[in-house]
Write a protein that binds this ligand. Structure first.
Ligand code: AFP
Length: 419
């Protein structure tokens, strides 16, 4: 049955829209403006979010669903390995009841968004899509034209999927309730184009996403609740710990376009075959090497790091845990998706630490660190703030930042020993 949700698509004020109408023609009108902003979170909302954070048990429906996954009798199909088209893989996951039909639709919509963004990124230099959009996002960062357009692409495919209840994006000030949903009501968090400062030099970029089940206590009742209550519920629905993630993934736009994702049962990679326009499985069960002598940090910030972190970095240049052995190699693109992808394939560590200027670092918990940590853990690696498991951190703000270290288990543990 069709259900209408009359909550606004809250957006940053006066943002130029770019010309995406060719891709997504029928953008709806805004029925209700939501003024809630995570930066301006009222003390009562903040208190309730943090009270919920303290009560949050990442063990509820998600854990139950994972541990007691029913197998439909007689279903023998399993993911077909290398060469399997992404759409076929999704259907196989649905047949095996690893995901439900609603989530299958959301995943396939995300696949479509990634293909559209890949195409836009590839042609950016020819189609005038490089450069700044002229606005800043809620975090004060300059938005690139492609940031804005990629955000529209993601928002539109998710809205059109009819299976998404709430979305939260790096490029949106506040979480956005989807006006129309037919079922599923999934919560999707995403950074539509991470590393976009690399775009003008045609260096790798990527999209990152995570999908949560809607918390049943946070579903707004539009018939009886006022706008502020709905806003509050919307934020609470998004502020879930990474342990509740049902699915996490990224798509890298580079020499090839690669979609990597997990539904909590290993990590799979699909490379876009441009000749047929479909993602094909190219990485059947990715595992991160247990250790690896590559570090990926913006070492320009060394002077602002803690003494422990400086000692750690110095030790890598003398062989790390095996002092006196070959020094580590430095590799840093400055694009999380590219740096992370290399790290899980080759082993090593990626880090964006806090420093004296920005104690929580730069990266965002909800749509960067948590999804990447789920992928790392599912591949046998580790994601840490230096002091705790990233997936255990319960967000109190939508755009919250955390120090982030991810990669080979032994490498992340070695770093933790200095923090
Ligand atoms: P942009 O999207 O502004 O390029 O930021 C990219 C990013 O969030 C992440 O992808 C990089 O790992 C990190 O920032 C790089 O930050 P520094 O430029 O400070 O090293």
């Amino acid at each position: 049955m069709r259900r209408s949700i009359a909550l606004a698509r809250a957006r940053a004020p006066a943002r130029p829209r770019g010309s995406t109408d060719a891709i997504t023609p029928d953008r709806p009108s805004i029925p209700l403006q939501v003024s809630f902003n995570s930066r301006k979170m009222s003390s009562s909302v903040a208190a309730r979010v943090s009270a919920r954070a303290m009560m949050a048990k990442p063990t509820n429906k998600v854990a139950a669903r994972r541990s007691a996954k029913p197998m439909r009798s007689g279903v023998a199909a399993r993911a077909g390995g290398a060469g399997t088209p992404f759409t076929t893989w999704i259907l196989q996951q649905e047949m095996e009841e690893n995901i439900d039909g609603e989530l299958a639709v959301v995943l396939s919509s995300i696949g479509l968004a990634c293909k559209q963004i890949a195409s836009l990124v590839q042609r950016a230099g020819l189609s005038g899509m490089t450069g700044l959009a002229g606005e800043t996002n809620v975090q004060g960062e300059d938005q690139k034209k492609l940031d804005v357009i990629s955000n529209d692409v993601f928002c539109d495919v998710l809205r059109q999927s009819g299976r998404t209840g709430v979305i939260a994006s790096e490029e949106e000030d506040v979480p956005v309730a989807v006006e129309e949903t037919f079922g599923g009501n999934y919560v999707v968090v995403f950074d539509p184009l991470d590393g976009s400062s690399n775009i003008d030099a045609a260096v790798s970029t990527g999209s990152i996403f995570g999908i949560y089940e809607s918390d049943s206590t946070c579903i707004p009742d539009f018939g009886t609740e006022d706008a502020s209550k709905i806003e509050e519920k919307c934020v609470m629905n998004v502020c879930q710990p990474g342990t509740n993630l049902l699915c996490a993934g990224y798509c890298m736009y580079s020499s090839s376009t690669i979609l990597v994702l997990t539904i909590g049962q290993g990590v799979y990679g699909f490379t876009l075959d441009p000749t047929v326009g479909e993602f094909m499985m190219s990485h059947d069960k990715i595992t991160v090497p247990e250790a690896g002598k590559i570090y990926s940090f913006n070492e320009g910030n060394y002077g602002m790091w803690s003494e422990g972190l400086k000692k750690y970095m110095d030790s890598l240049k003398n062989g790390g845990a095996e002092q006196g052995s070959k020094p580590y190699s430095a590799r840093y693109i400055g694009s999380l998706v590219g740096d992370f992808h290399r790290t899980i394939l080759y082993g090593g560590i990626y880090g964006y630490p806090g420093d004296s200027k920005n104690p929580n670092g730069k990266l965002r918990l909800l749509y960067e660190c948590a999804p990447m940590s789920m992928i790392a853990e599912q591949a046998g690696g580790k994601g840490s703030t230096g002091k705790e498991r990233v997936l255990d951190v319960v967000p109190t703000k939508v755009h919250q930042r955390v120090p982030f270290f991810v990669g080979s288990k032994k490498e992340v543990e070695y770093l933790e020993s200095f923090m």
